[in-house]
Ligand binder design. Structure first.
Ligand code: ATP
Ligand code: MG
Length: 686
């Protein structure tokens, strides 16, 4: 074996090596977070390529987020391997469908891809006589996504939903009606959604032998990361690609299944060895990512598992040196929580942790805003992962509609800028026009920025002009969204060299709107737990851990609650060194009280702020008790509640010493059980 291939084996343990060097045939790695699954498959590809067994161009590696795919390409490049296709299912299918479109569509143009179902679903619901607000339309869209990903047709929906014990947003028969109407409207408008695109890739292969043959000649060796989250539609596509062959390596962790609401199931992972008799099964238990403290907490979260997952239970064994204990905090309200997180980020960055090594993770995208604000105030650079917010802005949606109209009315080689300007004129914008005041200003700025972007949209101009410059928030975000096509083009996904046609530009925008983008700006990552899987950071902040948020109030069945717990496990295991867990007992100051996340008993006991300095490392454990003590330095009498800065005298302010701290602690233990005491610190002069 070539020496460069041998080098790929360095830095792997015995089990990982077994997976990496396994001969052609099915391989299944079943292991917990941070055990080196992604490392093993990446090294397996590199090992096989460098030893000459396979050609890089015949490998298709599938992951679930664009960022994870980019990460894999980077890891491969650092091992000296180029040319492997590492993509999401969506990106791989889109490429395939676009390539074969002329043959599959008899020369018709590739239909437009819907970036979101919500608007069409609203229409469809109205046709079915249902009135929906945005949230209700989103629920219906989610249900349709589940059905389509589960290969369920409208007329099969009622039976399938019952069988899957779906918590349906309306009576199943009504959902089925909306689903059918949605499909009709979609077809009538000549657009397709993301599931249609995957289905087109599948039917393309299954119904066109020549297409299937060509695909199979191209893709010969398959790797799937995060296989626990594959859904029936994706599995069908994988089967179509494989065409009965078995050079397939899958890796996954059933405890990290977090997409079952869209039809994903860990059953494919768990059954894999049974389905393919000669599978080499590899189990990994050493956790190389996180400190033993983080691993301990992760294990505690897995141990609460029930059902099939409990039987599989793999306990992680931490390999890294000891680190800090997870920082567990409670705050009175969300702004206070966000401010504390921002302050801690600042502190970490000032202490030498690069901003890109820090992530703030939350359950829902709506939680992002408070953190964006707090980080901006603390002058901490940040990157919001996930393109959704940007593309949901009204002005951007309108501009995109206009751009698409421009594409249809002009040949694709129309000079880009002119076409964009024309398109924007259609929505009431003209070059040189002074910015309006008030609410219209933001819209104007967004549109103007879009024009400028179109002008600058070329790989060479991009690097100097976009740089790391941080301009106004809306524009920075927009630049970041659009600055990455060049990166994408280097990877050969979508965009050709300049000049870029308007059609390409639009398509790229749409692709971005529908997928999570790869952040290119250096900063603290703000991301949802769902989009964080597979990734890792030195410092991870898990915020908003209130019952009702995690688990979300929408989780009703036992299985849905379990998925929320797995989501927490995914979050905890993203941290290498520092882990912060916090929640705010009310959303806004003085708001309704909430309970902490039920999966973290730690949150029930911790204080919002830690005792300072000489007060020692103890934790305050009760929020409703007071004690009268006097400060040894200034003599002030303090009635110290247990939910405030216990360790510090508020008048001088000096640290309370060890002895005083101990007295308070003992006192708390003594009065445990008492109820009617204030929850705050009061102090009075002696
Ligand atoms: P997840 O389930 O979260 O996707 P994973 O099992 O894919 O995790 P990796 O991301 O491959 O884990 O690895 C976790 C970290 O441990 C990475 O930083 C990786 O480089 C490191 N690592 C993996 N294997 C080893 C090893 N044998 N020696 C040292 N470090 C390793
Ligand atoms: Mg991984």
């Amino acid at each position: 074996v070539d020496s460069s291939a041998e080098r790929v084996l360095a830095g792997l343990d015995a089990e990982q090596r077994a997976a990496v060097t396994a001969p052609v045939g099915p391989v299944c790695i079943l292991a917990g977070a941070g055990t080196g699954k992604t490392r093993a498959i990446t090294h397996r590809i590199a090992y096989r390529v460098l030893s000459g067994e396979i050609a890089a161009r015949h490998v298709l590696a599938v992951t679930f987020t664009a960022r994870a795919a980019a990460e894999m390409r980077t890891r491969l490049a650092s091992l000296g391997v180029a040319g492997v296709q590492a993509r999401t299912f969506h990106a791989a299918a889109l490429r395939q469908v676009r390539y074969f479109a002329p043959r599959l569509l008899d020369g018709r143009a590739m239909p437009e891809l819907l970036d979101s179902k919500v608007r069409l679903v609203t229409l469809a619901a109205a046709r079915a006589g249902l009135r929906t607000d945005r949230a209700a339309a989103r629920d219906l869209a989610g249900e349709i996504e589940w059905a389509k990903s589960s290969l369920v047709e409208p007329d099969e929906y009622v039976v399938a939903a019952a069988k899957a014990l779906r918590e349906t947003p309306h009576e199943p028969a009504r959902v089925a009606e909306v689903f059918a109407a949605y499909e009709r409207i979609k077809r009538g408008n000549g657009v397709i959604d993301f599931e249609d695109m995957l289905r087109a890739a599948v039917w393309g292969i299954e119904d066109h032998p020549d297409v299937g043959e060509q695909i199979r000649a191209q893709y010969r060796h398959f790797v799937v990361d995060e296989y626990q989250d594959v859904n029936p539609l994706q599995q069908r596509l994988l089967d179509a690609w494989l065409g009965g062959r078995d050079d397939l390596t899958v890796v996954g962790d059933a405890s990290q299944t977090i997409y079952s609401f869209t039809g994903a199931t860990s059953a494919y992972l768990i059954d894999f060895p049974r389905q393919r008799r000669d599978t080499l099964v590899v189990r990994l238990v050493r956790d190389y990512r996180s400190t033993p403290q983080v691993v301990g907490l992760a294990n505690a979260v897995i141990q609460q598992a029930r059902g099939a997952e409990a039987r599989l239970r793999l306990e992680l064994v931490g390999q890294r040196p000891s680190g800090p204990e997870p920082d567990v905090r409670i705050f009175t309200d969300e702004p206070a929580e966000a401010a504390a997180v921002a302050a801690r980020c600042r502190q970490l960055i000032d202490g030498g942790t690069p901003a890109r090594e820090i992530a703030v993770l939350f359950r829902t995208n709506a939680q992002s805003e408070a953190y964006e604000k707090a980080l901006a105030e603390a002058e901490v650079p940040y990157v919001v992962q996930g393109a959704e917010r940007f593309f949901e802005r009204t002005e951007v949606r309108q501009a995109m509609v206009a751009l698409r109209a421009a594409v249809r009315s002009t040949p694709g080689d129309t000079p880009l800028v002119q076409a964009v300007v024309d398109a924007l004129a259609a929505v009431g914008w003209a070059p040189g026009q002074p910015p309006p005041g008030g609410a219209a200003r933001e819209r104007w700025e967004a549109l103007a920025a879009l024009v400028q972007l179109a002008e600058e949209y070329s790989p060479s101009a991009r690097s100097e002009r976009f740089g790391a410059a941080r301009v106004g928030r809306g524009r920075a975000e927009m630049r970041e969204e659009l600055a990455s096509p060049a990166v994408v083009s280097e990877e050969g996904i979508a965009v050709s060299e300049r000049p870029v046609s308007l059609a390409d530009f639009c398509e790229e925008l749409q692709r971005r709107a529908a997928q999570q983008h790869v952040p290119t700006v250096e900063g603290v990552t703000l991301a949802s737990l769902h989009s964080a899987k597979g990734l890792e950071w030195d410092a991870v902040f898990l915020v908003g851990l209130a019952d009702g948020t995690l688990p979300t109030t929408y989780a009703k069945t036992a299985e849905q609650i379990e998925e929320e717990r797995r989501l927490l496990y995914v979050g905890v295991t993203r941290a290498r060194e520092w882990l912060w867990l916090s929640y705010a007992s009310a959303r806004s100051p003085g708001g309704r009280a909430r309970r902490p996340c039920r999966f973290l008993p730690q949150l029930d006991r911790s204080g919002g702020e830690r005792p300072a300095g000489g007060a020692g490392g103890g934790r305050k454990s009760d929020r409703r008790r007071i004690q009268v003590v006097s400060c040894r330095v200034c003599g002030a009498t303090l009635m110290a509640g247990t939910d405030r800065k216990l360790g510090r005298c508020p008048t001088c302010p000096s640290d309370l010493d060890e002895e005083l701290y101990e007295r308070l602690r003992e006192w708390r233990i003594r009065v445990a059980g008492e109820q009617k005491v204030p929850a705050y610190v009061v102090f009075t002069d002696a």
